[in-house]
Design a binder for this molecule. Structure first.
Ligand SMILES: NC(=O)c1ccc[n+]([C@@H]2O[C@H](COP(=O)([O-])OP(=O)(O)OC[C@H]3O[C@@H](n4cnc5c(N)ncnc54)[C@H](OP(=O)(O)O)[C@@H]3O)[C@@H](O)[C@H]2O)c1
Length: 230
């Protein structure tokens, strides 16, 4: 997909020193987020305000029930985008509220009555993909029909992996939290990879690092396999 066909995508996450996104499988990341420095919370909201859209996976909505709005700085909340293949996120989810515009991306496998109920709640429902949401197709729709030039994704690991696997992520910004939580099945930044050889490693290049309050922030360009031939 040509770059002009889709939004520029920034992946942003707060992660522990051992690369985890939450305390244990099924736990809300809001527990960890309480330990972000106030300056870093502002950076997160500032970044949201600079983006036309923000995307998180359906499971993050189920577990964290995020609002995904801009609250700590002046600025407009971005368009909220949730891939949810079968249109089954809870109807009382905070993203279905009127605080900001929302697009729920479903697949053709979504039952019509569930799609109708989502639409009744006031959100846009876009169908793209046969069984699972087709992320490259969704990116094209966001650019073409919603004018999204810059989008951020805030996880979780399943969505992060799918986006990277389709080469749809351009940069990554990590807020490093000074904790180790462990746990072999605790969600980490990227799920689902299970690569066989080092050729499949996704290569990054460090662009910048700085302290934001008491948190280290690192910024990376995603190079994919482009520079692996050496
Ligand atoms: N620390 C942080 O910055 C941070 C940020 C966000 C989340 N989290 C944590 O991450 C955990 C949730 O992560 P998760 O990996 O379970 O779920 P997730 O990535 O939030 O959501 C994945 C779900 O998105 C839906 N989806 C639809 N189409 C997809 C596609 N093409 N590719 C990928 N996903 C697609 C699927 O659900 P359907 O089958 O319903 O469509 C899929 O199961 C929670 O514990 C949360 O607290 C942490």
């Amino acid at each position: 997909m040509a770059d002009y066909d889709r939004p520029h995508v920034l992946m942003m996450s707060e992660i522990t020193v051992d690369g985890k996104l939450t305390l244990k499988r099924g736990a809300s990341s809001k527990i960890l987020m309480k330990y972000m420095a106030p300056e870093t919370e502002i950076l997160l909201h500032q970044t949201r305000a600079e983006c036309d859209a923000i995307m998180v996976g359906a499971n993050t909505i189920r577990i964290d029930n995020s609002f995904l709005t801009v609250r700590l700085v002046e600025g407009k909340s971005p368009l909220r985008v949730i891939p949810n293949s079968r249109a089954n996120i809870p109807l009382n989810a905070n993203v279905l509220g009127s605080d900001a515009r929302t697009v729920i991306a479903v697949s053709e496998a979504a039952p019509a009555e569930k799609v109708a109920r989502l639409r009744e709640s006031g959100v846009d429902v876009v169908s793209v993909g046969a069984d699972e949401v087709d992320l490259p197709g969704l990116m094209r729709i966001l650019k073409r029909d919603y004018g999204v030039s810059r989008m951020m994704i805030e996880g979780g690991p399943t969505l992060n992996w799918s986006m990277l696997n389709h080469r749809l992520v351009d940069e990554i910004r990590l807020i490093h939290l000074p904790f180790i939580v462990g746990g072999a099945d605790t969600p980490s930044l990227v799920g689902g990879m299970h690569i066989e050889t080092e050729k499949e490693m996704i290569r990054l290049s460090l662009k910048r690092h700085f302290m934001c309050g008491s948190n280290l922030v690192t910024e990376w360009s995603v190079l994919y396999g482009d520079s692996l031939e050496e």
